[in-house]
Design a protein around this ligand. Sequence first.
Ligand code: NAD
Ligand code: UDP
Length: 312
Amino acid sequence: MRVLVAGAAGFLGSHLTDALLEQGHDVLGVDNLSTGSLENLKHLRTERRFGFCEQDICDPFDPKGVDYVFNFASPASPGDYMRLGIETLMAGSAGTRNLLEIAKKCDAKFLHASTSECYGDPEEHPQTEEYWGHVNPIGPRSVYDESKRFSEALVMAYHRYEKLDTRLVRIFNTYGPRLQMNDGRVISNLLTQALRSDDLTIYGDGSQTRSFCYVSDEIDGILRLARSDEHTPVNIGNPVEWTILECANAVLRVTGSTSKIVFLPLPQDDPSQRQPNIGKARRLLNWEPKIDLETGLKLSLEYFRGCIEAAG
Ligand code: NAD
Ligand code: UDP
C-alpha cells in the first residue's frame, strides 16, 4: 500500500511510520512541524520508500493516490495545545475534513487518532467506549477535547453519508522514546527531572490517576485496528492505573535518582482519573499491552539521557 501519515514527525506518527515501512508499505509523511521534529525521522533519510512533505493539514494538498490515510496531526500535550489553542481546533476540524476529502477522492481507508480526552474528567470508571464523557466545553482543555470530539463526529459522518471506510482509535496516555523532552507531559517531565537530579514536579497532591501505555504496544494495537473492520471507537491503552505520585516513585526507582518530590498547583479541569476498559480491543483485535510501566520507563531512559546531553 501507499500510506499517508499526517503528523509523521511527531512522537506517535514517527513510530507508526517506522512500523508501516517495516510491514513493506510506502509512506508519505506530512507534518507542519509545529510540535514535532524532523529529528524523529532522521533515520529514514536514505529510505527510498519514505517521502516527507512539510504541510499543514488545514491547507489543501494532493498526495497523488494513497490507499490508507492515518491522521495523527494535532498538538497533543496540554502545554502545546493550550499554547496553540486555535491551531488545535482547526487541525481537528478543517484539517481532519481535508484528510477525509483526500481519502474520499483516493478511495482510501482512514484511521483517526482520537483520545481518552473525549471522556473529559470521567464519572464512569474505568471508561468504556459507550461512555459519552464529561467535558467542559469552554475550559482551558476544551480546545483539544472539543476538536477531538468534533473530529470523531466528522469521521462518523463521512462513514455514514459518504460510505468511507473509517476507524477511530481512542488513545490513552502513551510514552516512550521520541516524546519531546520539554513538552510538559508527565513522563517526559519526571524522567528528565530525575535524570538531571532536579525536583520532580507533581501537580496537586498526586492522587489523580493515569494509565500509561508503552509506545510499541500502542502502535501494535493501532495497526490491528487499521486491519480490522471496526468503525466505532476502540480504546487502546494500558489498563493498569497509577496515581501520579506512584508514577513519580516508579521514576525514582528506575533512574536511581535522589531527586525530591515537590507539589505544585493542579491545573484547572485536570482529570482526576483515567483508565481504559480494553475489553473491546481484546475481543475484536486480540490485543493487550505487554510492557509494564517500569519496563517501559527503563526502555525510555537512553533516549532521554541523549536529549539531556544534546541540550547541554
Ligand atoms: P506530537 O505533538 O508528538 O505529534 C503531533 C504531530 O502533528 C507533530 O509532529 C506536529 O508537528 C503535527 N501537527 C500538528 N498540527 C498539525 C497540522 N495542522 N498540520 C500538520 N501537522 C500538524 O503528539 P503525539 O503524542 O505523537 O500525538 C499524535 C496524535 O495522537 C495526536 O492526534 C494526539 O491527539 C493523539 N494522542 C496522543 C496521545 C499520547 O499519549 N501520546 C494520547 C491521546 C491521543
Ligand atoms: N503532571 C504532573 N507533573 C508534571 C506534568 C504533569 O503532576 O510535571 C500531571 C498532570 O497534572 C496530570 C497528569 O500528570 O494530572 C498527566 O499529565 P499529562 O500532561 O502527561 O497528560 P494528560 O493526561 O493530563 O493529558
